[in-house]
Design a protein around this ligand. Structure first.
Ligand SMILES: [Fe+2]
Ligand SMILES: [Fe+2]
Length: 278
């Protein structure tokens, strides 16, 4: 008996109503896996609460960090920054039995197919430039002049790297190596907080925000690494799109003010595999 591969992201459990949603999350069958594509919360204690609860309910939980997990909020007793904060969360996940981008990629075995499930942490590098900009500096200047600046600029510290884009370059190299070393006979499900391709950011309300949403360097990863599906969040625009015949699933819950406006009930788990019919 094999269960399903289900996914969700952007739980943002600092909001009580989102915490209530997490409390209600249940697998559809005892064998289901859950892919959590980042932005669980900001405080380490909140992240631990949510991942512990989910790890007790699902046969396996796989986590990729979002930008919010990497913030260092002044009110968090854990004041680790950057890489050290990420490593601290990885250790926490390991204690809970949750797979992270630093662990061997687990293989999900379905009735008819097996896939390598690869949680990724590649961040962003400001290369999704707004029109009119040709450099990161111009992109940032444009964002500041429009008053649309991601809070990461103040809260997501890249230590020990000088910049977030330097950290991203390092993560790209490490991640490419890991993916190249996977079992080449199996397709993959790639789980990353940010979309691996730029296309989904084209519907952003504020196009200048795209610079905090990914990197051009992953544009062909869904093909290069034989993805059966790509799971991401961050945009808070849940939907399914297709790129080169590959299914991209934006699985975010988002903030209460966002999900209240949607026609669908918040916190429904998206089935990644077996691929839903139609
Ligand atoms: Fe988010
Ligand atoms: Fe995010």
């Amino acid at each position: 008996m094999s269960g399903a591969l289900l996914a969700i992201s952007d739980l943002h459990v600092a909001h009580q109503e989102n915490r209530d949603i997490v409390e209600r999350l249940r697998p559809h069958s005892a064998d289901d896996w859950l892919l959590v594509a980042g932005d669980v919360g900001e405080l380490v204690a909140d992240i631990e609460w949510a991942l512990r609860l989910l790890s007790q309910r699902f046969a396996k939980v796989v986590w990729a960090p979002g930008n919010h997990e990497l913030w260092t909020p002044s009110k968090d007793p854990v004041q680790l920054r950057g890489e050290q904060r990420y490593r601290h969360l990885v250790e926490l996940c390991r204690q809970l039995g949750v797979s992270t981008p630093e662990d061997p990629y687990p293989v999900w075995q379905g009735e008819t197919t097996a896939v390598t499930v690869a949680p990724l942490f590649v961040l962003y590098d400001y290369s999704f430039l707004p029109s009119g900009a040709t450099t990161k500096e111009q992109a940032l200047a444009q964002a500041y002049s429009e008053g649309i600046v991601c809070a990461d600029e103040f809260l997501l510290h890249p230590d020990p790297y000088p910049t977030r884009d330097e950290w991203c370059r390092h993560r790209l190299a490490v991640t490419e190596q890991r993916l190249a070393e996977r079992d080449p006979t199996l397709p993959t499900v790639l789980v990353n907080h940010f979309p691996l391709v730029r296309h989904p950011t084209e519907v952003l309300r504020y196009p200048v925000f795209a610079q905090w949403c990914g990197t051009e360097h992953t544009a062909d990863w869904h093909l290069r690494f034989d993805a059966a599906a790509v799971v991401y969040g961050h945009l808070h625009i849940p939907r399914t799109t297709w790129q080169d015949g590959v299914r991209f699933e934006e699985v975010s819950v988002g903030y209460p003010r966002e999900w209240r406006r949607r026609a669908t009930r918040p916190g429904q788990l998206r089935q990644i595999l077996p691929a839903p019919r139609g």
